[in-house]
Design a protein around this ligand. Structure first.
Ligand SMILES: C[S@@+](CC[C@H](N)C(=O)[O-])C[C@H]1O[C@@H](n2cnc3c(N)ncnc32)[C@H](O)[C@@H]1O
Length: 290
């Protein structure tokens, strides 16, 4: 039989959870306890701080404790919440989608001027987002540039359902098309911009990844093959027929992959026109034209 749970103050619940998460070695116990409390109880951080004695009803305490247990089992906080903000957009997530990372915002920053410029000059910009996952990159660009359109492809039908749902929730569905495709197999047409954050972890490195990533992000969103470069070979070798005149292609890369990925594209006849570093100072995004 379950023990009866007495109402407790939001502040006490937060402090207890924060201590447990810290003792378990969770890297950001303050933030995670705060996000989970808000998610489970609806109490904002501001409400917790300004009304520390506010009592949380028992059913919400139970919900919060379940969330904390999941975090202690190393489930990422944004998976528990089922949502992650990316480029200012709230994106829904499921087990089929990678949790979008702040590093990927670097890629959006890199290509945004081109999208704005093409729309200003031609009235449109067609974007192809290869391996769209939650739709993060394509939807961020559509939200920023109102006359751009995007096609998001993925090999995962489940991920595409999430991307499509995100497009609808954000009011972008009329400019977003989801296509299930193994890279270019089912893609038709031409695009001013191809963009991709493909799987790029070396297969042998996957067992050593942090458990938050290894056990919760979908393997097909991570595994880039023996040297981590499988997807870049496909993108470099097969994108040309899908690029409109003066079209460009931009990719996110692993923190040490800039030389190898640049070589792949240069060998396929591309010229690098830009690159951008992430918040940690690593080159994280590369930009090429034919
Ligand atoms: C690193 S995740 C990126 C997801 C999203 N674009 C983001 O930045 O958050 C890579 C994505 O590529 C997809 N993918 C893997 N292999 C693929 C393939 N052969 N064809 C198309 N998409 C593929 C995965 O399902 C996953 O959604």
């Amino acid at each position: 039989m379950n023990e009866a749970i007495a109402p407790e103050s939001a502040e006490k619940l937060y402090r207890t959870a924060r201590t447990r998460l810290a003792e378990a070695g969770i890297p950001s116990p303050d933030l995670d306890a705060s996000l989970l409390l808000e998610h489970a109880t609806g109490l904002t951080v501001l409400a917790r701080i300004t009304e520390p004695g506010r009592l949380v009803p028992t059913e919400k305490i139970e919900r919060f404790r379940t969330c904390v247990e999941r975090r202690l089992a190393r489930e990422p906080v944004h998976r528990i919440i089922g949502e992650r903000e990316f480029y200012g957009l709230p994106l829904q997530l499921t087990a089929a989608t990678l949790v979008p990372r702040p590093d990927t915002e670097t890629l959006v920053d890199l290509v945004l001027p081109l999208v704005r410029n093409r729309v200003a000059r031609n009235g449109h910009c067609r974007i192809l987002d290869m391996g769209t996952g939650s739709g993060a990159i394509a939807l961020a660009l559509l939200a920023e540039v109102s006359r751009a359109t995007a096609t998001g492809t993925d090999i995962s039908a489940e991920a595409l359902m999430v991307a499509q749902a995100n497009a609808s929730l954000l009011g972008l569905a009329d400019r977003f098309t989801a296509i299930r495709s193994d890279w270019f197999e089912e893609v038709t047409g031409q695009f001013e911009l191809i963009v991709s954050n493909p799987p790029y972890i070396r297969s042998d490195d996957i067992p050593g990844l942090d458990p938050d990533v290894r056990e919760h992000d979908p393997l097909q969103a991570l595994d880039g093959g023996r040297d981590g470069l499988d997807a870049y070979r496909v993108l470099a070798e097969r994108s040309a027929p899908f690029l409109a005149e003066n079209g460009a292609i931009a990719v996110e890369i692993g923190h040490d992959q800039a030389p190898e990925v640049t070589n792949l594209f240069v060998s396929a006849g591309y010229r690098r026109i830009g690159r951008r570093k992430d918040y940690g100072g690593h080159v994280r995004a590369l930009f090429f034209v034919k």
